[in-house]
Write a protein that binds this ligand. Structure first.
Ligand code: DX5
Ligand code: ZN
Length: 219
């Protein structure tokens, strides 16, 4: 079984202190930094773009797990690779040609992530799984932190896990949205090995991020 990793979403961090916040996450034992990029078009919210990612990159040595909720995404991939993204995750609905966008990410020597919204079917990516490093299963509709976890997406994780074993593939399975201390175990048991969390990490236990990261890792 893969080691469980925590990818805190800085969407719930103090935006006036982002540099310090990523440093704090590194000191607290986070495994990577989840950056939610939103365009006010693919999702009804706007966040940050390449210049902010580039500036944060210098403040911490963890991998940057960049979740692009922008459309059309294809021509922006390079800017996020240049800004310092290690994993670039895109949504199939945000590109005209998913295979071509996956290839662009690979050509730029970055890890390829593909994300499925709660309504998106696995069939959108089944044929491409051998080219994908990470599947990001959304357990809320993307756009905002602090939403309620949708347990029905766990079935998709179980199916993915089965396909992975049958085809002997090795992609990571990441889950994003509404993850808390009550549902992290069922997500891990279903097959997720990377948990994204914003609200739980930054707001629970008086903002004790180290404690919250460990609790999500079931430690
Ligand atoms: C939602 C984002 C998530 C979100 C997670 O569109 O993709 O990464 O920030 O935040 P919580 O853990 O608060 O649901
Ligand atoms: Zn995200």
């Amino acid at each position: 079984m893969k080691k469980i990793q925590i990818s805190p979403s800085i969407l719930s961090a103090d935006f006036s202190q982002l540099g310090n916040e990523v440093k704090k996450l590194e000191d607290a034992g986070a495994d990577m930094i989840h950056v939610d990029v939103m365009d006010g078009h693919f999702v009804p919210n706007l966040t940050i773009g390449p210049p902010v990612i580039k500036a944060l990159r210098k403040k911490c040595s963890l991998k940057f797990d960049v979740h692009l909720m922008i459309s059309p995404v294809h021509n922006y991939i390079e800017a996020y690779a240049d800004a310092g993204a290690d994993i670039i995750t895109i949504h199939p609905e945000a590109t005209e040609n998913l295979e071509k966008s996956i290839k662009r990410i690979k050509d730029l020597k970055r890890k390829v992530g593909v994300s499925l919204n709660p309504e998106s079917k696995i069939e959108l990516i089944t044929e491409l799984l051998d080219q994908i490093d990470l599947v990001l299963i959304m357990s809320v509709n993307p756009g905002f932190g602090g939403q309620k976890f949708m347990p029905e997406v766990l079935e998709k994780i179980r199916k993915l896990k089965k396909i992975q074993e049958e085809k002997k593939l090795n992609f990571d399975i990441e889950i994003d949205g509404g993850i808390n201390f009550d549902n992290c175990k069922i997500a891990i048991d279903a097959g997720a090995n990377i948990l994204v969390s914003g609200t739980t990490i930054f707001k629970s236990n008086g903002g004790d991020i180290k404690k919250n990261i460990n609790l999500l890792k079931l430690k």
